[in-house]
Design a protein around this ligand. Sequence first.
Ligand SMILES: [Zn+2]
Length: 248
Amino acid sequence: MATWTCPYCNHKTILREEDRSGETHQYVSRKYGLINLRSGIVQCPNDECNEIVVNVGLGATKRTPNQSSMRSTTTPIRPNSKARPWPSYVPDPLIADYNEACQIELLSPKASATLSRRCLQGMIRDFWSIKKPRLVEEIDALQAKVDGQTWDAIDSLRKIGNIGAHMEKDINLIVDVDPDEARLLIELIETLFDEWYVARYEREQRMAKIKAAADAKIKPTAANVARTAVASGLQPTQAATPTQPKKS
Ligand SMILES: [Zn+2]
């Protein structure tokens, strides 16, 4: 079974029967055929959160060939965007652009993509200290610093939906983008938040932990000796002097 990630607390879990509810409202329309309005409620199983997530989906099944097609949509009601929560060490201006790109991805894919591109540029400048006049030059400079797969993904997205031709000239220029492209750009931002900021932070934490553990073992300080003594119920002087094995 697929794991579910809470958009409020980021907790990953498998939903139980009692954590979710869904209903479908059907209506036979003249223009689109059978309309399905689906609503779903999920309660986060993490007791420290227990937030409620609500989505509504709309689609139609044509009943006669001359009826019109309706594009299926899923609209997040609560939270009202698919934005994921990010730790505080990801810079605020990047999070602000990302959150706004998520909020308007369905309403205005063009504006959403513009914000995602600005967020991508902000990340390249902040994380890699690459600063050039045009985003295309910054992405070129990035090629020497990231793995081939990541760079290819960034470069491919630059080319999608005519973004490439325009974003080189002006980062704020609005070009035609469809909702799928806006989503792909948001997912690229999420991947890079994870692979750059989160991975660097977690690596730093792991290294600091290893160093602290090694330091404590190699260089027993007075404080460490006293702690060991307290833990073992001995006086510091006794703990500091290893007892000699008894000679028989
Ligand atoms: Zn939660």
